[in-house]
Design a protein around this ligand. Structure first.
Ligand SMILES: N[C@@H](CCC(=O)N[C@@H](CS)C(=O)NCC(=O)O)C(=O)O
Length: 217
């Protein structure tokens, strides 16, 4: 059955692979599923046709036959449940991998997104300069805890799972901040994720979209 996902027509990250379609692309590459990509402008994302798929008018979405999903976590979990390669066979290990999916999205990503939102929307506020270090500290606390848990292991719990895929993508949001590099084991963990052939294919595909859009301007 054909899989179709949505992505930015022209990503604000300029091809850095930080938009959340990258997670879905990577997961599909890991499990060897081909997919089509429907590119959307910001205006199209807020139109009724897309809002029917995604109540918040965002990307990514995922369509497969009669199934339409939104939320990158739900999409990754669906792909991981449907295809071998992203969740362990052992049922306890599988549940722990799901816990890491939630940890990435629910515990590690929120303070990172909060910092991004502050930089984007609050720079001109009088309290921005005072608040910013607090946001960094919240991220540092999570990174310290994550680093302690990862230790010298290659992945978070045994072999590579969907939990690692999402955690690497969440940590990548900190590219250029130096925060991940404060923990060499986390920096190496992200580099291991980025070195996976499936990651590289997904990254190249999303970059090609941006390059084409930039060339057409
Ligand atoms: N929690 C959602 C977040 C989706 C999200 O924030 N998507 C961004 C792109 S990465 C978006 O569509 N932004 C445009 C907008 O919100 O108008 C998920 O994980 O899928």
């Amino acid at each position: 059955m054909t899989i179709a996902i949505t992505a930015f027509e022209s990503s604000p990250d300029e091809g850095q692979g930080l938009a959340r379609d990258m997670r879905v692309r990577w997961a599909l590459e890991e499990v060897g599923q081909s997919y089509d990509v429907r590119l959307l402008s910001f205006a199209q994302m807020k139109e009724p046709a897309h809002l029917a798929l995604h109540p918040f008018g965002q990307i990514p979405t995922y369509e497969e036959g009669g199934l339409a999903l939104f939320e990158s976590g739900a999409i990754i979990l669906h792909i991981a449940n449907r295809h071998a390669g992203l969740l362990p066979e052992d049922s306890d290990a599988r549940e722990r991998a799901v816990a890491w999916i939630f940890a990435a999205l629910n515990t590690v990503e929120p303070p990172i997104v909060e910092r991004e939102a502050a930089d984007l929307l609050e720079r001109d506020e009088a309290w921005y300069a005072a608040r910013r270090p607090l946001l960094d500290d919240r991220i540092r606390q999570r990174l310290g805890q994550l680093s302690a848990r990862l230790g010298e292991a290659e992945w978070l719990d045994g072999g590579f799972t969907a939990g690692d895929l999402l955690m690497v993508m969440v940590l990548r949001r900190l590219d250029g901040t130096g925060l991940v590099e404060e923990h060499p084991n986390l920096a190496a963990y992200v580099a291991r994720g980025e070195a996976r052939p499936a990651y590289r294919r997904a990254f190249a595909d999303q970059l090609a979209v941006f390059t084409r859009a930039a060339g057409a301007r």
